[in-house]
Design a protein. Structure first.
Length: 198
């Protein structure tokens, strides 16, 4: 698996690049994980409802092709895009989501943080507060999009949305439990954990 570090990348060109990569890949194309941060942006999935954006605070909203509702991306959040041939890996979407969640749970466990799943709400939670969001698009047996882990960011934009469609859902971040956590080292560990589980 190829790991690419994109540093800070604008959301829309990154999304379009994932679509192009997936459309052009063949049975022999290696799988890739792209790690990055995004400038502030709200992304609204295929099931997204406009009313889940509670008020306009000047952050752009991009309607995209992953599953799920609205979420926020911004500096200090680690985004891992998984460009995988899930058919070749003999994975169902449900199994893939479970393994992505487990990779994050294991990573947080290394920081002494007890994280868990929440029934009916994909993602990873600490004490009921969401710390990582997941969303995928599957096309011709291959997936793109991935997960977003809050590391050390300004969480205030989450207050103007219903995160992933859940009214009043609390959000948290790794730095609340481990102030020394930084994107670079967390990204390396996340890529390692994903590699182990996939």
């Amino acid at each position: 698996m190829i790991i690419r570090r994109l540093a800070t990348a604008d959301f829309e060109p990154t999304w379009r690049a994932m679509q192009t990569f997936t459309a052009r890949r063949t049975a022999d194309t290696p799988d890739e994980i792209w790690l990055c941060e995004h400038p502030p942006v709200f992304t609204q999935g295929l099931a997204g409802k406009p009313e889940h954006l509670l008020r306009d605070i000047g952050i752009p909203v991009v309607k995209i092709d992953r599953g799920g509702q609205i979420t926020y991306h911004g500096p200090g959040q680690l985004v891992a895009y998984l460009l995988l041939d899930i058919k070749r890996r003999n994975l169902t979407v449900k199994t893939l989501v479970n393994r992505m969640e487990q990779a994050v749970i294991d990573l947080l466990g290394d920081h002494g943080i007890e994280a868990a799943r929440l029934a009916g709400a994909p993602g990873v939670y600490v004490g009921g507060a969401k710390i990582a969001a997941l969303g995928l698009k599957v096309k011709n047996g291959c997936c793109y999009h991935g997960l977003a882990l809050n590391v050390a960011m300004d969480l205030s934009p989450f207050a103007v949305i219903n995160p992933c469609g859940y009214e009043g859902m609390a959000v948290t971040q790794l730095a609340a439990f481990d102030p020394a956590a930084d994107i670079e080292s967390v990204g390396a560990r996340l890529a390692e954990k994903l590699g182990q589980h996939l």
